[in-house]
Design a protein around this ligand. Structure first.
Ligand SMILES: [Fe+2]
Length: 158
């Protein structure tokens, strides 16, 4: 009698390299958002305080989705601050309280995230990893829209 071995047989390349970096970058982005949510000052405080909370709540959900995708692909997600700082490329924003600087930090962080997400999109396409591919596609669409809105707020063109 044949023994059937069930296996997800998912490509694990993403989980071991780029996924780990994306998780680190997202955690830095998340903490950047918490920082500006707390420290923002000025006449636009109430609007921005709420907007930054909306963004960090969304980032928090995505962090969990990324970590669990890494686990689904058989790898282990990073979970410590020192690993995030060593691995991530998103710039850490410290003590930012001025509204334009805060919004610029969001644009810079998202631009870095979009770079790695596009790399993961291509790689997951090559390896037939549809789950990761559709996740990246959704993230990219949402973040491109957020970048457009943040740049519109800054008075810049995309
Ligand atoms: Fe709060």
């Amino acid at each position: 009698m044949a023994i059937l071995i069930s296996c997800l047989c998912l490509p694990n390349m993403w989980g071991h390299s780029r996924g780990t970096e994306l998780l680190a970058d997202f955690q830095i982005y998340y903490q950047n958002l918490r920082g500006i949510h707390w420290n923002i000052k000025g006449k636009r405080f109430f609007d921005l305080h709420v907007k930054f909370e909306e963004l960090y709540t969304d980032a928090n959900i995505k962090v969990d989705e990324i970590a669990e995708r890494i686990l689904t692909l058989g790898a282990t997600p990073l979970h410590t601050f020192d690993d995030y700082i060593k691995t991530g490329k998103v710039k850490v924003g410290k003590n930012i309280s001025q509204d334009e600087k805060a919004v610029e930090l969001i644009v810079e962080s998202l631009t870095e995230l979009l770079k790695i997400e596009r790399q993961i999109l291509d790689k997951s396409d090559e390896t037939g990893d549809e789950g990761t591919n559709s996740m990246m596609s959704d993230f990219i669409t949402e973040q491109e829209k957020t970048v457009w809105m943040m740049k519109a707020w800054l008075g810049e063109t995309v």
